[in-house]
Design a binder for this molecule. Sequence first.
Ligand SMILES: [Zn+2]
Length: 301
Amino acid sequence: MKLTILGCYSATPRTFTNPTSQVLETKNHIFLIDCGEGTQVHLRKYKVKFSRIKHIFISHLHGDHFFGLPGLVSTFRLLGREAELHIYGPKGIKEAITLLLKLGDSWTNYPLIFHELESKDSELLFEDDKISVHTIPLDHRVYANGFLFREKPAPRTLDIDKARKYGIDKSQFNNIKNGADGISKNGELIPNVKITLNPPKPKSYAFCSDTVYKESIVPIIKNVDTLYHESTFLETEKHLCAKTKHSTAKQAGQIARKAHVGTLILGHYSTRYKSLELFREEALQVFPNVELADDGKIFEI
Ligand SMILES: [Zn+2]
């Protein structure tokens, strides 16, 4: 999995900081997560192929998370897109986008498919034979979800050296890859596990933005490799969290610790702070593996 941060700051776009948007590349998919203003410019900048984006996940309908979406949808049309585009987001997103397209008489010439969300429980949004995507219900000023991306276990891979050592004919290789045992040239049965290798461990990524501290997400994100959790504030501004329904860096660290995640990535910083290192230091008080998101940063998961 490769995660590219296109933007990770809260509220207004500024010269050097952009609102939330991320690209997750995994198993032949390019998933776009949130789409703040300017997202299409950043997709260009980081050379993400527009035509490979088939699924867009929007956490909530605050402007800093989706005002880039109408522009992107229109650009796809101008580029002559024909492939389906699936948009997953809160109920109301269809009305918001279609009104703009209708008023501009710029309806798409490709299928635009909305999946409107309103459940307060985690639900499956997308699945194929290699990956699944579930919602992570959050608690924000408006209805909001995070998204959990989980790779499925891959089949075992053939260990050609071992297979040859046992004198197994290559006509059996496909069956062995599909789980069959092998037969050596002396007619001996060789168990599948002796001639195949363990597949790489499936990876998982959880995106949580924006939310007040919410412990009920812990079972959903348990043991993920990487968790992105918003940290709009530091503990010095903790009193603002209840009103604005945001979290502090320390609270993000507490969620990461309780969920036993591998790495915590912080983001959605309020621009009131002078240094991002303050966020890392605060989260490190409760959780050992803390990274700071920043625009243009790439994380290998
Ligand atoms: Zn918000």
